[in-house]
Design a protein around this ligand. Structure first.
Ligand code: SF4
Length: 231
């Protein structure tokens, strides 16, 4: 049976969605590969594009693109970047006229959460923060066994509760929630339950100092095991 085509932008060599053309010229969509989502799912794309017709969505998207633009500077020697993500966060929050920010952080990044709070308060924001362990609920509540405790059997270990983090920031009605270093899966739950606008400052990577892409950069050498095929 023929395999159903799915979008595979990561394998595209044409990239006709981002052409070097002048205003008014048409991107040559017909030259896109067969797995291009523009060919496979035009109705979905039409619906998605229509979402930007809502004034609030359009304005939010516009500010995000202005922020993107402002992250570069154009010098005689060429275009270069100038704003790290934390400053981007500050600038974007000001652009959106956000006043109250909420940090959902991992216990392992408590120091970073304190520094981030200082930084954001110094820039004029009111900052709430919620640690992943909030609720102090024993891990037994979700079926973790003694053998699955990080400290070992016999210790009280409280669970990460990203749902509580999200619901607390929802209840506070913060203008923007900021995820800081939540673990895989915990971040998924946080995103699922968070109902206020949300962004990510950092994701958890215990080995690479919260820079998971380092493993990809090293996938041709020290982390070549990532490229070995498994069933
Ligand atoms: S949208 Fe189409 S043209 Fe653009 S990268 Fe994806 S597959 Fe390629």
């Amino acid at each position: 049976m023929a395999k159903k085509l799915v979008p595979m932008c990561a394998r595209c060599t044409k990239v006709v969605c981002s052409p070097t053309l002048k205003n008014g010229e048409e991107p040559p969509i017909d030259q896109a590969p067969a797995f291009c989502p523009m060919k496979l799912m035009p109705e979905v794309l039409a619906r998605a594009t229509a979402e930007y017709d809502a004034p609030n969505v359009r304005e939010f998207a516009r500010l995000a693109s202005v922020q993107e633009f402002e992250c570069y500077e154009h010098l005689p020697e060429g275009r270069r970047t100038k704003i790290p993500r934390v400053e981007e966060l500050i600038q974007f929050a000001h652009k959106c006229d956000y006043k109250r920010l909420g940090i959902a952080f991992c216990s392992g990044l408590a120091n970073e959460a304190r520094i981030l709070t200082d930084v954001l308060e110094n820039k004029g924001f009111q900052v709430a923060s919620v640690r992943c362990k909030v609720g102090a609920t024993p891990k037994e509540h979700i079926g973790i066994t003694e053998e699955q405790k990080i400290r070992g059997p016999g210790w009280l270990e409280t669970m990460c509760s990203p749902i509580a983090q999200a619901e607390i920031l929802n209840a506070l009605e913060v203008d923007l929630a900021i995820m800081l270093g939540l673990c895989i899966g915990h971040d998924t739950l946080f995103i699922r339950y968070c109902r206020v606008p949300m962004t990510v400052l950092a994701v958890k990577d215990r080995v690479f100092g919260h820079n998971p892409l380092a493993a990809l950069y090293l996938s041709g050498s020290y982390y070549s095991r990532l490229m070995t095929k498994t069933k």
